[in-house]
Design a protein around this ligand. Structure first.
Ligand code: ZN
Ligand code: ZN
Length: 335
């Protein structure tokens, strides 16, 4: 038998490890139906997202897991664990949940959030802290004391959750990152209404995430969300996003004659560099605590990439997309 030389072994090993069907998949992780306080059946809710080009959907009815067939769109089961203290709504979404969790209750905001986050984790699901400014319930001071939360909503389609603050939830996120926390930002619909005649619209299609998944499966999507391999958007679509040990590069998929600003943001939310146009590269200096990219378009729509933590000068090897992460077939998809 012919011996296989090292280069061939290397190529075979690479092929065995490389994801064959890696794709960027668009999804919403916070949705309500008639099973809680939404206005439409689970089937009609799924139909809206499927017909608007979404790849996956998490239905998060209050305190229950609603199961429905996606008809070709991936469905990931979830729940909005809906707790409260007097005048303080304290909501935590569980993404990838099999059995419903009861709100765990706690005497303080921090204890309450922590018990619910831990219950979500114990059930094997991903915890997302929802809308801190809904009812002006809590802020960065409390969030700094909550451990093990994976996600924080910083953009929402819900009209009453005060994302812009002050303080904005994006500012809270920078406070957490500056303190060294690993927490990823998501955009969600928190959609409740799908009928045009609804007098109190909380409609779908406002904010979402685009996940870099090894394959088109719930397991791959959950894995990518957990490691921060995704970006959040309210309308800006990326053509490419690459991070290596030296730099971070963003390329925008330009559309609708919009103009774009690309920011690279570091500790305390400070803008490290900003440029106009559809592509930009930031070379790490090495002393940033973290660097994250944000794109803002001339209609106020944004995309937020997850931070690259630099740990005071040492490049970490975590939670970054591959060098050439964007597949050509995703670039032209409508947002
Ligand atoms: Zn809520
Ligand atoms: Zn909700």
């Amino acid at each position: 038998m012919r011996r296989i030389g090292p280069p061939v072994i290397f190529i075979l090993a690479f092929l065995a490890c490389a994801p064959l069907h890696a794709a960027w998949l668009k999804g919403n992780t916070h949705t309500h139906t008639l099973e809680s306080d939404g206005d439409s059946s689970p089937a009609d809710t799924v139909k809206w997202y499927r017909e608007h080009g979404y790849d996956f959907l998490v239905i998060t009815d209050h305190d229950k897991v609603t199961r429905v067939d996606g008809g070709g769109m991936l469905m990931i089961p979830g729940e909005e664990v809906t707790d409260r203290l007097p005048k303080k709504p304290l909501h935590v979404c569980a993404i990838g949940l099999e059995e419903a969790i009861k709100p765990q209750h706690g005497a303080t905001i921090v204890e309450n959030l922590q018990k619910n986050v831990d219950a979500v984790r114990a059930a094997g699901a991903i915890p997302a802290i929802n809308h801190p400014n809904f009812g002006w319930a809590f802020g960065a001071d409390e969030l700094l004391k909550v451990e093990r939360a994976t996600l924080l909503e910083i953009a929402s389609g819900h009209p009453y959750v005060n994302m812009q603050g002050p303080p904005s939830v994006e500012e809270m996120w920078d406070k957490l990152l500056t303190a060294g926390k690993r927490i990823w930002a998501i955009g969600v619909d928190d959609s409740h209404t799908f009928k045009p005649e609804d007098k109190d619209p909380r409609p779908p299609g406002q904010a979402w995430i685009v996940v870099h998944a090894d394959e088109r499966s719930a397991k791959a999507i959950l894995g990518a969300i957990e490691r921060g391999d995704f970006y959040a958007s309210t309308g800006v679509e990326l053509e490419d996003y690459a991070v290596d040990a030296k730099s971070m590069t963003v390329k925008v998929h330009a559309k609708n004659d919009a103009r774009y600003r690309i920011q690279f943001i570091g500790a305390n939310g400070r803008v490290l560099s900003e440029s106009a146009g559809t592509s930009a590269t930031y070379a790490f200096r090495g002393n940033e605590l973290y660097v994250r990219a944000k794109v803002i378009d001339s209609n106020g729509k944004c995309a937020w990439m997850q931070p690259r933590h630099l740990r005071g000068g040492k490049h970490s090897d975590v939670r970054t997309p591959g060098k050439k992460a964007w597949p050509t077939n995703a670039a032209g998809r409508s947002g």
